[in-house]
Design a protein around this ligand. Structure first.
Ligand code: PLP
Ligand code: COI
Length: 340
């Protein structure tokens, strides 16, 4: 690096690193892993990714621990989820072993970009698969490119672990009731851009989507799942139109470990009157506390963090998650992969 990065003040953006790794699926098989220092790809003008949105991705993080070691969090779960996304939009699934090997390799190659312990930053790992063969009819590609880039990141919401306001806008859905919401498909994010930008322009950090069928239940919170703490219980929406968040799965386990009951079920909008804490959770969002949820259509405001501070349970969960990721606490569930 020409000049040292300001690790403690990184935002969630793209910073070039030394290498990315690539693998092509051609003639019915995955090829050799290629290491590249180019930030561009060469792609056919009729590739299915460009025309029909055959694109899926993942997001996971590597952390520099207290002991100096680099830990990748929940690598295997991400490997499993991208297989589901691939099947969902008729793309070639990436074998778990290939995904795992490539993630470890790209982190190792870019080890100098793993932010130092104590900086609060991490190395974001972005695996991406695209359909590359020329197809003008609406058909799945025959060939695929799977690549992984990494970039050092700070907090997703600029407020970090400070509660922010979010909003509900019935005018928008990001996914259909039986659509692609359960997979990490690029098109879902395109469908969320207009609502997201409107919410940002009104000072909200994210949109809380309602279920797209009945608009009765909470679904998820922009690029993150939603959870709430209600009378000592961890409650989180059960829905077939949301991404099964690995962070949410992790926090549910940690909540159980702390003696909380966990409920995955429908949560109505009205129930927001009865909760004590709420947060958006995800790899990028970690556990971002929610101060207030404003229903734009009705004008109703649900004030959650009444004193403006993160709640005690959200804080405890956040601290526990961080401590495991940073190797400060024993990884009793074997969630970390140490990069050798
Ligand atoms: N929901 C959506 C739509 C997301 O993009 C993400 C981010 O990956 C999440 C939820 C959180 O998932 P995870 O905790 O696996 O990162
Ligand atoms: C993540 O949390 O990894 C995400 O993918 C969210 C967003 C940056 C798309």
């Amino acid at each position: 690096m020409e000049k040292e990065l300001d690790w403690g003040n990184l935002s969630f953006g793209y910073i070039p690193t030394d290498y990315n790794v690539r693998c092509y699926y051609r003639n019915g098989q995955w090829g050799e892993i290629e290491v590249s220092s180019s930030e561009t790809i060469n792609i056919h003008i009729a590739a299915t990714a460009l025309h029909y949105g055959q694109e899926i991705f993942e997001g996971l993080k590597a952390f520099r621990g207290k002991d100096g070691k680099v830990r990748i969090f929940r690598l295997e779960e991400n490997a499993k989820r991208i297989i589901e996304s691939a099947k969902g939009i008729k793309m070639q699934p990436i074998p778990v072993e290939l995904f795992t090997e490539m993630v470890k390799k790209v982190v190792k190659l870019n080890e100098r970009f793993v932010p130092p312990y104590g900086s609060g930053a991490s190395l974001y790992i972005r695996p991406l698969e695209i359909g590359t063969s020329a197809q003008v009819g609406v058909k799945p590609s025959q060939e695929y490119l799977f690549l992984i880039l990494v970039t050092p990141v700070g907090p997703y919401f600029k407020e970090g672990f400070r509660p922010t306001n979010i909003c509900i806008m019935r005018e928008f859905d990001r996914v259909a009731p039986k659509g692609t919401g359960r997979w990490k498909v690029g098109g879902n994010y395109a469908a969320s851009l207009d609502a997201g930008e409107r919410a940002h322009s009104m000072g909200y950090s994210a949109v809380l989507y309602l279920d797209p069928k009945e608009k009765k239940y909470l679904d998820e919170c922009g690029p993150a799942n939603f959870f709430a703490i209600k009378d000592g219980k961890y409650i989180t929406p059960a829905s077939e139109s949301i991404l099964p968040s690995i962070t949410n799965m992790t926090l549910q386990q940690l909540a159980q470990d702390m003696g909380l009951e966990v409920e995955r079920r429908h949560i109505t909008l009205e129930e927001l009157e009865e909760i004590q804490e709420a947060a958006a959770c995800g790899t990028a969002a970690v556990a971002s506390p929610i101060a207030e949820i404003d229903d734009i259509d009705t004008g109703k405001k649900y004030v959650i963090a009444k004193d403006g501070n993160p709640g005690p349970v959200t804080t405890a969960l956040y601290n526990k998650l961080r401590a495991i990721q940073l190797g400060e606490e024993e990884d009793i569930h074997s969630w970390n992969t140490i990069v050798e």
